[in-house]
Design a protein around this ligand. Structure first.
Ligand code: 2HG
Ligand code: ZN
Length: 483
């Protein structure tokens, strides 16, 4: 399934020496120990080999590296924080590719609170960007579980989503301009900071979400927002998933775009986090479903407290919500969110997990979940479904944890049996098989199924135009034309 790209040969010793001259030998890694952190990702789902890992210091280095790669037909795998979930940043097993790590390009070049913009290099850790914005009383709104390690280049390359998408959009919506190195080494300085610039094709949006297959993003002009004056967070217990969608509509009718997080979790999710972390269920009674939701805005600290209280009271009176716990302090609000973030990690402790990152129209979330659960019950009654996530965006991680006591590999060998019906239901509901994680290696071979020939051909034509020698992350995102 995971076919390797056509890979003529390993780069010669002479070519590798020329790469090392560009970065300096100390930043051209070749030993297995030095390279190991770049050759697999944290879940160990994807592992590979490389001829070298290059750690350039700046855009000029990246440009020289790509120029040489293009001349010598060396395949390049761009990598930022290495937290991606579809294997785009991991080389194949051949050992012929060169990993291009952007992590040393980690400067915030500029921040302008009046313009509400920041220019950040690709290797900046997301949390550093959030903190730099906060230091000038601004908000860079992207929030994802891996924010302490993921980097801006990867966020943009994968068009990452996360928990604030429903209020602020995906990575793509947070970018005004880009600096990109093209496959032949040319540098495009497109670091536009204008809010309005209607001058032809929108090139930046080709590179965002392209997973390093069209060019290497080295810096971005990011949008900042005013820092909200207040934030209120609650966990609500619900009888079913329809109630979640009704609660979302109710919260939005009061707060509009101020609903800045709306995450759905089944009871199993709460139990799993409680089992593996020090999180304790804030409600006495157990409910089948939970929503973790946040509203932000207001004009003073705690000014939204009466609003969230009213929303919850109204929801309770209308029978939408069974019970709710309102975070009593900032620290408790952080703990509620930490519980949600840890849910990704704790799945590992329960063995194998078949993962999905699907989206459907928001109103179809209950349908997706009930149809998915029914079909899984028939295929493997003992499996432990964990459909959770960004219900406010219609984006559900319909993950399936292995049955207790089952051999992990035996469970993972059933991946396609368990996954196919979830994909079928998603497509039947007009949904997408990748809402926020991208395509990478994991979903590449599904592209012909989900894209029309016309759409796929346009993408393949663009690839040839931008990267005629196919040196940039070959074998990721797009199947070869004659596959
Ligand atoms: C999340 O929302 C991430 O926590 C990861 O997108 C989802 O573990 C997953 O499948
Ligand atoms: Zn997610």
């Amino acid at each position: 399934m995971d076919k390797k790209p056509s890979q003529p040969s390993a780069p010669s010793a002479q070519t590798l020496a020329r790469f090392a001259e560009i970065t300096g030998a100390q930043y051209a890694l070749t030993s297995p120990e030095d390279m190991s952190g770049y050759l697999s990702e944290w879940r160990d789902k994807f592992t590979g080999n490389a001829a070298m890992v290059l750690r350039p210091a700046n855009t000029t280095h990246v440009s020289e590296i790509l120029k040489l790669a293009n001349e010598t037909n060396t395949k390049i795998v761009p990598q930022a924080g290495n937290t991606g979930l579809v294997g785009a940043q991991i080389p194949f097993e051949t050992g012929h590719e060169v990993v291009l790590s952007l992590s040393r390009l980690n400067k915030i070049r500029d921040i302008d609170a009046l313009d509400n913009t920041m220019i950040a290099e690709a290797g900046c850790i997301l949390q550093k960007v959030q903190e730099a914005a906060s230091d000038v009383e601004r908000l860079y709104p992207m929030r994802i579980g891996s924010q302490g390690t993921c980097q801006i280049g990867g966020n943009l390359g994968s068009n990452a989503g996360g928990i604030a998408t429903l209020a602020y959009g995906n990575a793509r919506d947070l970018v005004l301009g880009l600096e990109v190195v093209l496959a032949d080494g040319r540098i495009w300085n497109g670091l536009n900071r204008l809010r309005k610039n209607n001058t032809g094709y929108d090139l930046k949006n080709l590179f965002i979400g392209a997973e390093g297959t069209l060019g290497v993003i080295t810096a971005a002009a990011l949008k900042l927002y005013p820092k909200p004056m207040d934030r209120q967070v609650a966990i609500a217990g619900l009888a079913d998933t329809n109630a979640a969608i009704t609660l979302l509509a109710l919260a939005r009718s009061r707060m509009g775009n101020g609903v800045s997080g709306f995450e759905l979790l089944p009871r199993f999710g709460i139990e799993m986090v409680a089992k593996h972390t020090d999180f304790r269920d804030p409600m006495e009674t157990a409910y089948p479903w939970y929503v973790l939701f946040e509203i932000t805005g207001g004009n003073a600290p705690d000014s939204l407290r009466p609003v969230i209280t009213e929303i919850l009271e109204q929801a309770f009176t209308q029978g939408i919500v069974e019970d709710a716990a309102l975070a009593a302090s900032e620290a408790q609000a952080d703990r509620f969110w930490l519980m949600r973030e840890q849910l990704t990690e704790v799945q590992k402790h329960e063995g194998g997990s078949v993962k999905h990152d699907v989206s459907v129209p928001v109103s179809s979330v209950p349908d997706l979940i009930s149809r998915g659960l029914k079909v899984l019950e028939q295929i493997m009654p003992e499996c432990r479904p964990l459909p959770y996530g960004h219900a406010g965006d219609g984006n559900i991680h319909f993950n399936i944890t292995q049955p207790e006591g089952m051999d992990k590999q035996a469970f993972l060998d059933r991946w396609d049996d368990l996954s196919e019906p979830i994909i079928d239901i998603t497509l039947d509901l007009g949904g997408s098989i990748s809402a926020e994680h991208g395509i990478g290696r994991l979903k590449r071979d599904m592209m012909p199924r989900i894209k029309s020939p016309v759409e796929l051909n346009m993408m393949q034509d663009l690839k040839v135009l931008f990267d005629p020698n196919n040196i940039l992350n070959p074998g990721k995102v797009l199947p070869a034309r004659h596959d």
